[in-house]
Design a protein around this ligand. Structure first.
Ligand code: SF4
Length: 274
């Protein structure tokens, strides 16, 4: 059974944090499409398309370190508008969040919150200086404590060591997420990091997570095409059971019908719900 998920970048760019892997940080000046807010109509239409493309989850992403009152209101409004017209799980991904803010999202119909630990506690200061890994961990604890489902994973191929990957895995074990996105770093000429991944490494990471999280949804998220090319089905065979369909936050993805055909050719069933 494979779970498909679509992401919708409802606010892009203009982030003042300095995460070295992220083109949305203004610090790096990457040439991406930056906008303050997508219209509600556009968000609902994207959700309809995601549903048509067999996605069971639709993720509302905002750039920025975390939720503030205005962002919270916008995400709640978007979630309610989508749920009025589309039968789909709403995932919110809006950075660090307090328990009260997460409760508001839950009230608006959000069922899952995505907040990646990104990398190990030890390596995090090397990729971000404007906020702490511990804040990320705390948000993940908040998510669980208010009864939202937790989706938390990381980005690989940012120069981290094998020990860092194991450290991240052990931290995630303390949280036991329902879903674990495995992203592979997508390079950009303006970013200070160079990608250090390859296909064998990616397969090893997926296997390691599957062995340690037998009951979680393991998702191959951003960077699938960069690492695997058109052989990404090898990642599914290694133990992943979910992919992101369509475009990523700031980069183009594959055509969903092409991805679905590849899964169906392997005799894999698509999940109707998650
Ligand atoms: S806080 Fe989020 S949006 Fe901002 S630079 Fe870091 S990853 Fe990118």
């Amino acid at each position: 059974m494979v779970y498909l998920c679509a992401i919708c970048n409802i606010r892009s760019g203009a982030c003042r944090e300095d995460c070295k892997f992220c083109t949305q940080s203004v610090k790096w000046g990457a040439d991406i499409n930056r906008y303050k807010e997508k219209s509600i109509e556009m968000i609902v239409n994207e959700a309809k398309l995601a549903k048509k493309n067999k996605a069971v989850g639709f993720c509302l992403v905002t750039s920025g370190k975390g939720l503030d009152d205005k962002t919270l209101e916008y995400v709640c409004k978007s979630a309610k508008a989508v749920l009025k017209e589309v039968d789909i799980n709403i995932i919110a991904c809006n950075g660090t969040a307090s328990k009260d803010q997460l409760k508001e999202l839950k009230k608006a119909g959000v069922s899952i919150y995505n907040h990646n630990l990104e990398t190990s506690k030890e390596y995090y200061p090397k990729i971000c200086s404007t906020h702490k890994w511990e804040e990320r961990f705390e948000t993940c604890e908040n998510i669980k404590s208010v009864g939202l489902r937790l989706c938390s994973g990381g980005i690989f191929g940012m120069g981290e060591s094998e020990e860092d990957r194991i450290s991240l895995l052990n931290s995630l074990k303390k949280l036991n997420p329902d879903g674990i996105p495995i992203n592979f770093f997508i390079g950009n000429e303006r970013l200070p990091l160079k990608a250090t991944h390859n296909k064998e490494m990616a397969i090893g990471i997926i296997k390691m997570f599957r062995e340690n999280f037998p009951n979680s949804i393991i998702m191959i998220a951003g960077g699938r095409e960069v690492v695997f090319g058109d052989k990404w089905i090898e990642g599914i065979k290694a133990g992943a059971n979910s992919i992101v369909i369509g475009d990523y936050l700031t980069t183009k993805g594959e055509r969903p019908d092409k991805d679905i055909l590849i899964l169906q050719k392997e005799g894999l069933e698509l999940a109707n719900e998650c």
